[in-house]
Design a binder for this molecule. Structure first.
Ligand code: ADP
Ligand code: MG
Length: 285
């Protein structure tokens, strides 16, 4: 069975023009240099690479926050003018992003129930009581409880706040969720819990993920495909078992060699097991 392609990007390029200083000439940073990608519904593409290699720039283009310099983007088969970004409200709902530090995007004076209901208030005309019901249901889906509904962001731990950010991103039933270093600020055991939650939600809602990380050991559990970025280019791109077992590029080999063994592996993670059950051909990693 072939699945529909949720996200396709062709030759995405992003240059930043730096404004000239007193003695400096204008300079161009080639942050993203011709990225191609394609993700089927319900799958996860992991994008890995060191800081500054262009991951967040690409994430902002895919989520239509920032324009690209050139290239083509298709979401659910619909071509999007990424250089101009004329967005319909429908398109805005289809793609959501979760950042590394959700605290920055949570209003400290807004109760969590209102945080979750807000996307519905802004983008739909359903009643306040329906918004409340849906917000409450989503709160429970991400592993929080009714008592959390009226609490403020500072009353939660880092892992719980990331659950809230994920819940908020899911309120409008997006097709695609871009997760930009979603667990990088969390302790290892909490990382595992959030990764498990993401895997459960993906199964339940057939969500498609772009999962960005600088850490290969995180990606090893959650990815279907892996793209390794280096200085704005994709130096490696393929099914995760192939990338881990037979990396082609010396940079990928170095990343794999540099991944400490006793990281997330030592913590119970359901994802790898679930994916192995689904796809018996998967070699152990
Ligand atoms: P990553 O997320 O992989 O750490 P980024 O996408 O944030 O990388 O950055 C890629 C490159 O683009 C870096 O060299 C960074 O300094 C540059 N860059 C990112 N945003 C801007 C911007 N708004 N203006 C100028 N340069 C930028
Ligand atoms: Mg980044």
């Amino acid at each position: 069975m072939t699945r529909p392609i949720v996200l396709e990007g062709r030759n995405i390029i992003r240059d930043y023009q730096l404004t000239p200083g007193m003695l400096k000439k204008a300079k161009v940073v080639h942050a993203v240099k011709g990225i191609n990608l394609s993700i089927e519904r319900g799958k996860t593409l992991a994008i890995v690479g060191e800081s500054g290699c262009g991951k967040s720039t690409l994430a902002r283009i895919i989520t239509l926050i920032d324009p690209a310099t050139s290239g083509e983007l298709f979401i659910d088969g619909q071509r999007i003018d990424i250089a101009k970004r004329k967005l319909t409200p429908e398109l805005r709902c289809k793609v959501q992003i979760v950042f590394q530090n959700p605290y920055g995007s949570l209003n400290p004076r807004q109760k969590i129930g209102d945080v979750l209901a807000e996307p519905l208030r802004l983008n739909t005309d359903i009643s306040a009581s329906q918004r409340r019901d849906r917000a409450m249901a989503m709160l429970k889906k991400v592993g929080l409880q009714e008592i959390h509904f009226n609490r403020y962001p500072h009353m939660f731990s880092g892992g719980q706040r990331q659950r809230i950010a994920i819940a908020r991103a899911l309120m409008l039933n997006p097709s695609l969720l871009v997760l930009d270093e979603p667990v990088s600020a969390l302790d290892l055991s909490v990382q595992a819990q959030v990764l498990n939650l993401l895997a459960d939600l993906q199964d339940e809602f057939q969500l498609t993920y772009v999962f960005i990380s600088h850490d290969l050991s995180v990606v090893k559990h959650i990815a279907d495909d892996v793209m390794v970025m280096y200085h704005g280019e994709a130096v490696e791109h393929g099914p995760r078992e192939q990338v881990f077992a037979d990396p082609k590029h010396s940079y990928t080999k170095m990343l794999i060699a540099a991944t400490p063994r006793a990281t997330l592996d030592s913590i119970r993670i359901r994802i790898a097991h679930k994916k192995q059950v689904k796809r018996p051909s998967l070699a152990p990693l």
